[in-house]
Design a protein around this ligand. Structure first.
Ligand code: NAD
Length: 523
């Protein structure tokens, strides 16, 4: 299929799948039933493509969270006691259902978030993979250890912690939700999901697919709404035992405070300002491709994006030139176009914030290598018809890839998470300096090291204050490995058994061999 034909097909598919969201508000899903808000409130959902109205969405309050938490609580015992083999079968069915609807999920997600279809197609399938991975582990999730001592046999077992809240952001909402919800369900927890208000649609598709696949009603509930109302009520609810949150670091702090009175277990995946360190002995062609990929894919709206380039001074100019040549060829445009790499940013407010860093970079004394306004031809059409057509793109939502060089690490462009396609480059002279610069940030999510010196790769990886390091690689996820950050980037790890550590309680049972002495008090 030609690119043009493929775009037309994506647009037709998107409109077909959007029709029901236009016709009826997207409702909460509580106890298996589409449910309007108790207060009858709704909010408007808009596409970042042209800011057109995609439909209304139920806006939840504490009353809706009460209903969803009650459904999750009432189905908790039965789901926890459902044999692991059965949970495994059901979760594989959910993965099948996601695969069957993958193209629907991809186009909806693309229109709702502005992320390019080439990435959203892969993300939809990753959602199914997440379910399969954790489904396979459901039968052994409660296994424990035997820890014998001289006079006792100690053994451990695990069981689901209970109903959990899952709160997700807008950047890759479907994939991220499955990454949280699949292990929770595999562990035997029931879930109340509060999706991001800027990209709510795919949460309904996931919950519907799960119900159709045989997940019992009440096991996965969705409540839409604002963070300060629905999100807050979820974090404060006494029936919710734990909250898995993905979002900004400041929101994480708020959630810690909100959930303190009910002593919740918390798991946080927060922001990042991830360094990519390029030494002069690296394979520079591969390094340049990886740097470009890790900051300009997914609109740069990616927690693990390599937003801070630390490059050895001896190769600084050549490397920046190579990056500049590549980024000039990056296609900015309609997210349903298969050629597009950078689509519209999620919201005009967010786009304005991202753009403001150009002025800031100049004011701080860095060099703005790239960041020109998008080509006017993108905006030649009309915004009035809400047709999502090519040409009818919202100028306020688009940026081109930005690159700032000659920056210092103490500048705001080097310290703040911009969450857009913006790369800040800083030169360094020695290995020690590179490590010091990399660690000189409040964040500690991921880092990338490019060098052909094996000893140096290990030394630097060991010295970095981050949860994840990739050496000579872009971010390639292997699901059994731990995912998460240090410092202001998060608390806890996901992936493999780490996910079960969060969603399950561990119990120790000590059984005496009846050989030990029991102190006799009172004769
Ligand atoms: P956000 O913190 O503004 O919102 C995330 C979610 O929290 C939304 O559903 C929102 O409604 C809800 N929320 C907001 N205030 C709340 C409150 N007081 N109580 C409860 N819930 C509340 O984040 P965002 O802007 O949607 O997402 C971007 C952020 O997410 C970036 O900082 C990014 O780095 C981070 N992120 C991190 C990871 C990771 O794995 N570390 C992955 C993706 C995104």
């Amino acid at each position: 299929m030609t690119t043009a034909a493929s775009f037309e097909k994506n647009l037709t598919d998107a409109k077909q799948h959007l029709a029901r969201f236009k016709a009826e508000p997207a409702l909460h899903l509580i106890n298996g039933e589409p449910t309007a808000s108790v207060a009858g409130e709704i909010f408007a959902n808009r596409s970042p493509i042209d800011n057109s109205h995609l439909g209304d969405v139920a806006s939840g309050t504490a009353h809706d969270i009460d209903a969803a938490a009650a459904a999750a609580r009432d189905s908790s015992e039965r789901w926890r006691n459902t044999p692991g083999e059965q949970r495994k079968r059901i979760l594989h069915n959910v993965a099948d259902a996601i695969e069957a609807r993958a193209s629907e999920i991809a186009v909806l997600e693309s229109v709702d978030t502005g992320q390019a279809i080439r990435f959203m197609s892969a993300a939809a399938l990753r959602g199914a993979e997440n379910f399969r991975f954790f489904a396979d582990r459901a039968p052994t999730a409660s296994d424990g250890l035997a820890l014998p001592s001289a006079h006792h046999l100690n053994y451990t077992s695990r069981r689901a912690i209970g109903p959990v809240g899952v709160i997700t952001p807008w950047n890759t909402p479907f994939m991220l939700s499955t990454w949280k919800i699949a292990p929770a369900l595999a562990a035997g927890c029931t879930v109340v999901h509060k999706p991001a208000e800027w990209s709510p649609i795919s949460a309904n598709v996931l919950a519907e697919a799960a119900l159709e696949a045989g997940l019992p009603p009440g096991v996965l509930n969705v409540v839409h709404g604002m963070g300060e109302t629905a999100g807050r009520a979820l974090t404060e609810h006494p029936d919710i035992a734990a909250v898995a949150f993905v979002g900004e670091s400041v929101t994480g702090s708020l959630i810690q405070t909100q959930s303190a009175p009910t002593l919740k277990r918390l798991h946080f995946e927060l922001g990042g300002k991830n360094p990519v360190i390029v030494f002069d002995d690296a394979d520079l062609e591969r390094a340049a491709d990886a740097v470009i990929f890790m900051i300009y894919s997914l609109n740069g709206e990616r927690c693990t994006s390599s937003s801070r380039l630390l490059v050895q001074r001896s190769i600084h100019d050549d490397f920046i030139e190579a990056l500049t040549a590549k980024l000039r060829r990056i296609v900015v445009g309609h997210p349903l176009d298969p050629d597009t790499v950078i689509g519209p940013l999620i919201h005009p407010d967010h786009c304005e914030k991202v753009r403001s860093y150009i002025e800031l970079a100049e004011a701080e004394g860095a060099t703005v290598v790239a960041g020109r306004p998008p080509d006017a031809s993108l905006f030649a059409g009309s915004l009035a018809d809400g047709s999502l057509a090519k040409g009818n793109l919202a100028p306020r939502n688009f940026v081109t890839p930005m690159l700032f060089s000659n920056a210092r690490n103490d500048m705001r462009i080097a310290q703040e998470e911009i969450f857009g396609p913006v790369l800040t480059a800083i030169a360094f002279d020695s290995e020690d300096e590179a490590v010091a610069l990399a660690n000189d940030t409040d964040y500690g999510l991921a880092a990338y090291i490019w060098t052909s010196d094996v000893g140096r790769a290990h030394r630097v990886a060991d010295a970095l204050d981050v949860g994840m390091v990739w050496v000579n690689s872009q971010n390639v996820r292997h699901l059994p490995t731990p995912f998460g950050g240090m410092k202001r980037s998060g608390i806890g790890r996901d992936g493999g058994d780490w996910s079960f550590d969060f969603y399950m309680e561990t119990k120790n049972v000590a059984v005496a061999y009846e050989s030990h002495t029991i102190p006799k008090l009172g004769g």
